[in-house]
Design a protein around this ligand. Structure first.
Ligand code: HEC
Length: 402
């Protein structure tokens, strides 16, 4: 009974997380578009920066932006913040429910670093806090005055963290951790910088003081960062279902390339929204990054000590199905069976059954993706599959699996 409630709790939480993120990303994309499409026209109020006309849902909208603030405070202001907060809160709850509650399966891999669950969780939380602190420090430092330099340094910082995580957590844990750090930076930008700045501006206006324009500038900078990070962070979130992304040797480089890919695609739209010539080159860069990602993912599982050419070496001696069956039965079937014997599992995970010869053959491609080309399975290598055994599975798939 508890298990069923747990599974549903996680399901509803995931639903909430996706919906909240849609709300946040949707409003963020909308405002970026609006901001870039503003036009300066005569006849606008004195403090107005520009206006835009839009049509949606059967009506026309005339949006006017006030750069610092309007002369008089409107009585009713809509704030956009709960989309961000709800996304972060539900996301963190999911990390707790999956990665912290089953740290041994998802967060830690003794072959990477022998951590206790408590130590793993403590490092994970500390990294969320420190990631934000360093990023925020960079933005406030003199570097923060030059947007391009700041972006370059921020990029190196995130990629370095991603690399460091692959030396601490399991492959899956490491990838999720970098996604959580980026998501935390984005939500903290809203909570700690954008909203407090806006509150100060509102308070100043009500008190009849001239608001400091620094709040508007700072808010805009953070909001632009969030905009460029959106596509990569969504990729990290869905990549959990794609072992070739997170459980191959160069997952951190794959992350770096998705940061570039996501940012250039956003840039394309940002330019178009400004009615600038479309920078078509961005799609070329994105395609090259995409191809590089595909290629990197073929270089084999993470944390494998064997040289890269191993697959060719094993392919020389044909693999018998009996060998494959032995490996899968001894390393996988305790979890992937009708009635798993692994403590805490009551149904085969994701409905994948690997307990008979026929089922193993039927799932050949899935087995290759999860256990030969990547090391996503077994989770944290709890059943100690060896690199040779992974190669045998790989060779079986490439030799036509009979
Ligand atoms: C300790 C239990 C356990 C062992 C052992 C195990 N798995 Fe899994 N497997 C899981 C869990 C849990 C999931 C679901 C992961 C998730 O939530 O995405 C899973 C998911 C999968 C999936 C589906 C992936 C997806 O996203 O659809 C495949 C394929 C798979 N395992 C293959 C294997 C293979 C092959 C082995 C043996 C080399 C193996 N597993 C060993 C627990 C295990």
């Amino acid at each position: 009974m508890w298990e069923i409630l747990w599974v549903w709790g996680e399901t509803f939480l995931r639903w909430l997380h996706v919906i909240a993120a849609i709300g946040w990303i949707g409003s963020s994309f909308y405002f970026i578009h609006l901001d870039y499409s503003l036009q300066q026209r005569e006849g606008l109020p004195a403090q107005a920066y520009g206006e835009a006309w839009q049509v949606h849902g059967g009506g026309f909208y005339n949006m006017v932006k006030y750069l610092v603030a309007p002369a008089r405070m409107p009585d009713d202001l809509t704030w956009f913040k709960w989309e961000a907060y709800a996304t972060w809160i539900s996301g963190f709850a999911l990390v707790v429910a999956i990665f912290y509650a089953s740290a041994n399966l998802y967060l830690i891999d003794p072959a990477v670093m022998a951590l206790s669950p408590t130590a793993g969780i403590a490092i994970s939380i500390a990294a969320l806090v420190l990631g934000w602190a360093v990023y925020d420090g960079l933005c406030r430092s003199p570097l923060g005055r030059n947007d391009t330099v700041l972006a370059a340094v921020g990029f190196v910082f995130i990629v370095a963290l991603a690399y460091a995580f692959t030396k601490v957590f399991s492959a899956r844990g490491a990838f999720m951790q970098i996604g959580a750090v980026i998501g935390t930076i984005m939500a903290a930008n809203v909570l700690m910088v954008i909203i407090p700045g806006q509150r100060k501006v509102v308070a100043d206006l009500i008190a009849g003081r001239a608001p400091d324009p620094v709040h508007g500038r700072r808010g805009k900078q953070r909001s632009t960062h969030n905009n460029y990070l959106t596509l990569p962070v969504v990729f990290v979130m869905i990549s959990n279902h794609y072992p070739l992304a997170y459980a191959t040797r160069f997952s951190w480089v794959i992350l770096a390339l998705t940061l570039v890919m996501g940012a250039v695609i956003r840039h394309f739209y940002n330019m178009r929204h400004q009615r600038q010539p479309s920078p078509w080159w961005t799609w070329g860069v994105a395609a090259v990054c995409g191809l590089a990602i595909v290629w990197l993912s073929t270089l084999g599982p993470a944390q494998s000590e064997r040289p890269r050419k191993r697959a060719d070496a094993t392919a020389a001696s044909p693999v018998k199905f009996a060998q494959v069956e032995d490996i899968v039965i001894s390393r996988c079937s305790m979890c992937h069976a009708e009635e798993p014997v692994w403590a805490g599992l009551s149904v085969p995970p994701k409905g994948v059954l690997l307990d008979t010869a026929a089922r193993i053959k039927a799932n050949a491609r899935q087995i290759a993706i999860a256990a030969a080309w990547s090391n996503a399975m077994p989770p944290s290598n709890v059943t100690d599959i060896t690199a040779e055994e992974r190669d045998t599975l790989g060779a079986w798939i490439s030799s036509g699996r009979d």
